[in-house]
Design a binder for this molecule. Structure first.
Ligand code: N01
Length: 542
């Protein structure tokens, strides 16, 4: 199957010694580079793609857009940048977000220190030199005092090993590795495997083009209408007039995202009241639906009220009752990531769209002409794998990372990731992960979470220089305590109770651990600030 973007492999870099090597030129790597350069240090970014943008560089499938409102899914470190950039829609489409990433790269002249089309193969800590030795896919070796992995949480795509995939004579695509030139599905018979966020965004768009579309669903997902819209000038003016206030309000919210949250219990109000609240939030659209009541993700009986409302909306929308039932999820709403869509359920009323349930009998195999399932062979011209990612650890494990005494990160994390604050791990000195496992990351608005991590790392490096330290590493006890805390808070939430990618359930053989920190952005920031205020408590500095 042909995926990926090829490009010029020549790095063109002549120096080999850096203060900081950064891996990845998405939003995390770009801001990291900007901060490090601002400190007068020498840094370089290695990026596998031919351009900046990370997630937004690779995920170009039809209908791709962010489901966090754009005015909040943006950098806040530079006030002029905030004022000069104007978002066109409530949820901007992928090309606009990529344009923003490119604008930032140009505005801060980042490209000159980014080495594109270069994948890092290994990163090994050299104890004698107290340096990281980083090797590229061209065999070039670079060294640095610090190594920062800005490799993304959802960047290593997951392609289930269906038998016969290479036999298919048509075209194959993965939503996370979409061809840059786009795909024309006109007059084609298309099969889509998966019904997560990427599928739910792309299915309505593919259905409009394709001659026929068949969707293979293993688990039905909850999705809320986006109600996307062009942003009015008055709204933009108001946001730009009070960006500081918006950012501050967002910082106080658990997801670092300013949406209306009602702390009340749904179990304390009447059916009329909660139905009207759910209806209002359904009409408003987006993930704020789950903010309707404070206990929706804490108590199954509370969750059931919201789930029942969405199922009623599905049954009201989908004309064929059998298809409607198949689309009604049976699990907790919000346990798997809540999706946001435009016309997803309505798409199943189209005569050219068919839903196939693969929950009881798995897909048998891919054949030369399509997909075989339960004794039927479906014929396709194109297959779209919307099968997600090896989340949180996949991109890190694609690199052979070795710390003290040659210990491999993959081996250390064999039973699940172990980190201190999701930023560092014992045995791997001077190494940082941005939005790593054990940090709020994917449960928050990624942009403020990225900025908070980059600021922590930059301030830490400054502190070390000011105090004559050249080495930092988290203490094992601090790491174990943090791990216990991450697990404790996860156990309180219903989010940890189903087979989602949050617990690694989508990748066979992956340890089942709830990976992100669910204690909330404000609590996490407070903890990081207290660590710093106590002279980098939990870290050993030398
Ligand atoms: O991936 P997913 P995604 N046979 O893992 C199915 C973010 N995101 O790319 O649920 C049959 O959610 C799998 O089935 P099941 C967001 O955080 C954000 O859609 O495992 N089916 C599932 O239906 C999101 O959560 C945005 O039973 C198989 C699907 O493939 C995350 O990225 C947009 C299968 C994978 O869904 C990942 O989303 C897009 C098999 N063998 C993504 N293996 C926005 O901001 C897997 N599946 C809007």
């Amino acid at each position: 199957m042909a995926v990926g973007v090829q490009g010029d492999k020549n790095t063109g870099v002549t120096d080999i010694d850096f203060d900081v090597i950064i891996v990845g030129a998405g939003f995390a790597g770009m801001y990291m580079l900007h901060r490090i350069r601002g400190m007068g240090l020498k840094s370089i970014v290695f990026e596998a793609g031919s351009g900046v943008g990370g997630t937004w560089f690779w995920n170009r499938y039809p209908g791709a857009r962010c489901d966090v409102e754009s005015v909040q899914y943006s950098y806040q470190f530079d006030k002029e940048l905030e004022q000069e950039w104007t978002w066109s829609e409530k949820y901007s489409p992928q090309p606009e977000i990529l344009k923003y990433a490119n604008h930032v790269a140009d505005r801060f002249k980042l490209r000159e220190d980014i080495c594109f089309n270069t994948r890092i193969k290994s990163s090994v800590y050299d104890e004698d030199r107290t340096q990281w030795e980083v090797t590229t896919d061209q065999g070039d070796i670079y060294r640095s005092s610090f190594c920062v992995f800005a490799t993304g949480c959802l960047s290593s795509f997951n392609l289930p090993g269906f038998e016969g995939m290479d036999d298919f004579s048509g075209a194959s695509y993965h939503t996370g590795q979409w061809p840059h030139e786009g795909v024309d599905f006109s007059n084609l018979r298309v099969g889509v495997i998966g019904t997560g966020s990427s599928a739910i965004q792309s299915i309505p768009e593919i259905a409009k083009q394709a001659k026929h579309l068949t969707v293979f669903q293993r688990t039905a997902n909850y999705t809320i209408p986006a109600r996307n819209a062009k942003l009015e000038e008055d709204y933009i003016r108001a946001v730009k007039g009070d960006y500081a206030g918006l950012r501050e309000r967002a910082r106080q919210k658990p997801a670092g995202y300013d949406i209306p949250l009602n702390p009340q219990s749904v179990l304390e109000v009447t059916k009329e009241e909660f139905t009207s609240e759910f209806q209002a939030r359904w009409e408003k659209g987006g993930t704020q639906f789950l903010g309707a009541y404070g206990d929706l993700l804490l108590k199954p009986e509370a969750n059931e009220k919201a789930a029942a409302f969405v199922k009623k909306m599905i049954r009201n929308t989908v004309e064929d009752p059998k298809v409607a039932e198949l689309l009604c999820p049976t699990n907790i709403i919000g346990c798997k990531r809540l999706c946001v869509d435009t016309d997803y359920y309505k798409t199943y009323n189209r005569p050219n769209v068919k839903l196939v349930d693969v929950s009881q009998i798995p897909i048998d195999r891919i054949t030369s002409s399509g997909i075989a399932h339960a004794g039927i062979e479906y014929e396709f011209d194109a297959i779209v794998y919307a099968t997600g990612f090896d989340a949180m650890t996949g991109a890190l494990f694609n690199i052979d990372i070795r710390g003290r005494e040659g210990r491999s990160l993959k081996e250390k994390w064999n039973g699940g990731p172990q980190t201190y604050l999701g930023l560092t791990t014992n045995g791997f000195p001077n190494m940082f992960t941005i939005t790593g496992p054990g940090s709020p990351s994917v449960l928050t608005n990624m942009l403020p979470s990225i900025e908070q991590h980059v600021n922590f790392i930059s301030d830490c490096i400054s502190y070390m220089r000011e105090h004559g330290h050249s080495r930092i590493e988290p203490e094992l006890n601090a790491e174990l305590d943090w791990g216990m805390h991450v697990n404790e808070v996860a156990d309180v939430s219903l989010r940890s109770t189903c087979a989602s990618w949050y617990v690694g359930a989508n990748v066979p053989g992956k340890p089942r651990v709830f990976t992100p920190y669910i204690g909330g952005f404000p609590r996490y920031v407070e903890r990081c600030e207290s660590v710093v205020a106590n002279g980098y408590e939990g870290f050993s500095l030398a």
